[in-house]
Design a protein around this ligand. Sequence first.
Ligand code: SF4
Ligand code: SF4
Length: 310
Amino acid sequence: MNDLLKEKLVSVLKKSAADLVRFGSADRMRDPAVKKLFPEAKSVICVAFRQLRGTRRGIEEGTVYYQYTTSVETLEEVMIPGALLRGCSVLEEAGFEALPQRRFQLVMQEEEGTNFEVAYDEIYRGRKSETILDFEKCAVDCGLGEIGLSGSVLTDDFGPNQRWGFILTDAEFSPDEIVKPHLCDSCGECAKACPGHALGPDGKRNVWQCAAYYKGANRSKNPFMPPNAFADDPECLKIISGEADLSPERAREIIDQIRFYPPIKHAMVASMCGRACDTACYVHLEEKGVLKRKFNTPFRKRPVWTLPLK
Ligand code: SF4
Ligand code: SF4
């Protein structure tokens, strides 16, 4: 079943820096968007790239913050699209049609939703498109990994630290097995680590709360917040301690005032939390010794730091 082509495709994708390549049959995809996008699709190929552990070092130590967000942006805007195009060329050279799919950072179906990684006012909302892939669901159906309590996809290789895109094609390939969930033990470390209490104990994410605290509304985790930030707000202490319960309107007001650190490009917000939820998950999985990719030293080398609120 196109075994030689599969080998060639994986080799080209890996030469383009992909770390994990997983194949799913289009028939087993739960997301109806797959068939809407490409009715004749027979396979969905998930192409995943590691997020370098070192790009979290600055936020872990409270020193430099750009590396985390620029690495996310480079993966999403440069490396993933480039690798997908190369992979698609291999398939089209063999006479099959191939449709690359990267994350739509700026397009959402929900009217009141947001994507915490980008500026909320750049998002096109309410696009009732049935052709926006559910990236997490499709990754699971391709056999990439399992969904943890936090909503992040966890893999044996990198825990929650990877980004990915897809190739839809009418070429038929032998599918990988779907991963039986085994990594997430519901420890709750992800929710505990959030500086804005944006993850509930059940892992449900309040996306607007997340957007405000991803950008740095908690003073104890934001070295760039000036002393007078939110000083006139009656809820100042609640906001800067992460205890505020933010409606979408209130979150927007707060986000508009967080102008302490320049954004990146393409509307990506510079992250002050660096996805602390995922970092905590990674530390937990590393401590348990369940990740395949080993390092010479543990990621967490010192107690987690916090800054005074006043
Ligand atoms: S931190 Fe614990 S509960 Fe959260 S996703 Fe990771 S393993 Fe699951
Ligand atoms: S740690 Fe950051 S990304 Fe994770 S839920 Fe909290 S604010 Fe959002």
